[in-house]
Design a protein around this ligand. Structure first.
Ligand SMILES: C[S@@+](CC[C@H](N)C(=O)[O-])C[C@H]1O[C@@H](n2cnc3c(N)ncnc32)[C@H](O)[C@@H]1O
Length: 204
């Protein structure tokens, strides 16, 4: 199927759009700038490695990680994006025609996605500022992500903190520090999570 060409925005105008949303709702944005191309590239490659099936991105912002996933080989039609901010959703639809962009709160993730995909995502990429959120919201989101992931699915989450933003024991997940990106501002760590019940050889 042919999709209309995206209206390309410059990096500068994407930064301006991001900053505008930060001024409106700093807590939901969790950062004053989008992820750098260094961090986005690392996440894009990790998300694309050995992947089959749709990829769920939550909290895509202005789409820096989205673009990197496409550049790493993920077909735009395979991208399902859930983003809270309607203005950013409009921007994402313009930039990535062909992607499924859903304006919704990740606390209601499973009810917002196409029902046939729930429980089937083998790759979930989160740009959500989980550590800035009230505890009930972050707990609800992690529960929803687990509901939407396939049993052998993986979740990638980046953080600026030195420790895992998700508790392995509370969420029955196994965490692995998979990348450290010094050239991001601020430096970021990418964590990969999988169901703790998975046999070790399946997870590597
Ligand atoms: C730090 S930005 C990340 C943007 C992008 N992934 C990047 O790396 O530049 C966090 C994004 O999560 C979105 N967000 C925050 N809370 C959310 C929620 N409850 N549900 C869906 N998206 C949310 C914000 O609107 C924002 O676009």
């Amino acid at each position: 199927m042919q999709h209309p060409k995206p209206a390309k925005r410059s990096r500068l105008s994407e930064h301006a759009l991001f900053l505008k949303q930060v001024i409106r709702n700093p807590r939901a944005m969790g950062s004053i700038v989008p992820s750098t191309r260094y961090l986005s590239r690392v996440i894009g490659r990790l998300a694309a490695a050995g992947l089959h099936g749709p990829v769920l991105e939550i909290g895509a912002g202005t789409g820096s990680v989205t673009r990197a996933m496409i550049n790493a080989g993920i077909a735009v039609e395979q991208l399902h994006i859930v983003e809270l901010n309607p203005g950013l959703c409009r921007h994402l639809r313009q930039q990535f025609p062909g992607a499924t962009v859903i304006a919704a709160d990740a606390t209601r993730l499973s009810a917002s996605l196409p029902p046939e995909t729930v429980g089937k995502y083998r790759m979930v990429v989160s740009g959500l500022p989980l550590v800035n959120m009230p505890r009930e919201a972050s707990e609800a989101i992690i529960g929803e992500i687990k509901r939407c992931m396939a049993a052998d699915g993986r979740l990638l989450q980046f953080t600026y903190l030195p420790f895992s933003p998700l508790s392995e024991s509370r969420h029955a997940l196994r965490a692995r520090r998979i990348a450290w990106v010094l050239r991001n501002v601020p430096p970021a760590t990418v964590w990969q999570y999988q169901n703790a019940g998975l046999a070790l050889e399946e997870s590597l």
